[in-house]
Design a protein around this ligand. Structure first.
Ligand code: AMP
Ligand code: MG
Length: 363
């Protein structure tokens, strides 16, 4: 076990630069530093150093075929790490960078295969978080930074989540407060003719279509990955973001969902199983279970997105063995929320209407 430095940073304070410099030095020397971004906390390492990338995989327990995203702090840092930049990529960059959008480009020779899991493409993001940008700028390197969780766990949205998963396994955690968006970046592949979304996030299909016209979605991310339909982002095939508790989604009209969940929760509790419900402000009073957590208002998807991983972790912390969750609209940013929820649930969903029509549930 190594000693992990934990440092709070507030960029309005003069001593902040000292922490930023310390973090940057660790990165330059091949070490690992977790830092906040506007999506989730990232686990940074020198993206041009295969050995540093290998350390990231080790610390997270991440499968080696799951490539890393390289993070930059200025636009001019892009050119040296990618091949061709298509006109569509340029327009997306102009519109959404810095921000929660990752783009997949053909890679250049200086990017080690360890960073890309052997692929000839590289994923790049220019984050908008001032702490992330300050650390990357000071390091003067593209920083490989996957989410700073143990592989398989929900992504961390707070420094305390990172410490829980990785304390003793990385050199430093820079605490810059809660990650604002709370779900990982949108990934769009711009290495082909038509941009294709490989992972839904804060930058939606509709937003990108306004800028570049047609945008496709990898069909594999809309349903359970199967042998015939593999997601194009290698990491999307893993059932992750999951807490220890078994998560089951229940879909239908508000009162019917509450009645169904209450009936199932009553059975679970009668069998001595600690049972939770992931509800919303509008519905939380309808439930009876051991633990009821509200993700926020159904009218504010950004609140639901920001709280999702935090509450999945909280159910674990409180010892829930089974968690029932409401489902949300897949419109706009809702697609990212439902993508992560389906994964957390291992694609288990009870559709009340389908059940009533005799189509069976829990497929
Ligand atoms: P994380 O940084 O933990 O959010 O994970 C990075 C995600 O980006 C994973 O789902 C990877 O599969 C995906 N990714 C990274 N590089 C590439 C690439 N070159 N092509 C496709 N997907 C990628
Ligand atoms: Mg991740």
């Amino acid at each position: 076990m190594m000693k992990t430095i934990l440092a709070k940073v507030d960029l309005s304070q003069p001593e902040a630069m000292e922490i930023i410099r310390r973090a940057a030095k660790i990165l330059q020397e091949g070490g690992l530093v977790a830092f906040p971004t506007e999506t989730v906390y990232g686990l940074g390492g020198n993206g041009l150093d295969g050995a540093a990338c290998e350390k990231i995989y080790l610390a997270k327990g991440r499968p080696s075929d799951n490539p890393l995203i390289l993070h930059i702090s200025e636009l001019e840092e892009l050119k040296p790490i990618v091949g061709e930049i298509s006109p569509a990529a340029q327009r997306l960059m102009d519109a959404f960078w810095p921000g929660p959008l990752t783009m997949v480009f053909p890679k250049s020779d200086i990017v080690p295969e360890k960073a890309t899991g052997g692929l000839d493409t590289v994923a790049v993001r220019f984050p908008n978080h001032p702490v992330a940008r300050a650390i990357i700028r000071e390091a003067g390197l593209p920083i490989a930074a996957p989410s700073a969780n143990s592989s398989g766990k929900p992504s961390p949205t707070r420094a305390s989540h990172v410490a829980f998963d990785l304390d003793g396994r990385i050199d430093m955690i820079v605490d810059g407060g809660a990650a604002e968006w709370g779900l990982e970046s949108t990934i769009v592949d711009v290495s082909g003719e038509v941009p294709m979304i490989l992972r839904p996030g804060a930058v939606t299909k509709e937003m990108m279509e306004e800028v570049v016209g047609r945008v496709e979605i990898d069909p594999a991310i809309l349903r359970k990955p199967e042998a015939d339909l593999k997601p194009k982002a290698p990491g999307m095939k893993y059932t992750h973001y999951s807490p220890k508790a078994e998560v089951i989604l229940v879909k239908g009209e508000k009162e019917a969902v509450a009645a169904k969940i209450n009936a199932l929760a009553a059975e679970d509790m009668a069998q001595g199983r600690k049972t939770g419900v992931m509800a919303t402000e509008e519905t939380k009073s309808l439930y009876h279970a051991d633990i009821i957590l509200s993700l926020g208002s159904r009218m504010k998807p950004e609140e639901i997105g920001a709280n999702l991983f935090k509450y999945l972790r909280k159910f674990d912390f409180l010892g829930a063995e089974r968690v029932y969750s409401e489902v949300f609209s897949e419109e706009g940013e809702g697609m990212a929320i439902m993508n992560r929820l389906h994964k957390a649930a291992g694609y288990r969903i009870i559709d009340i209407e389908e059940e009533a029509n005799g189509k069976g549930a829990c497929d």
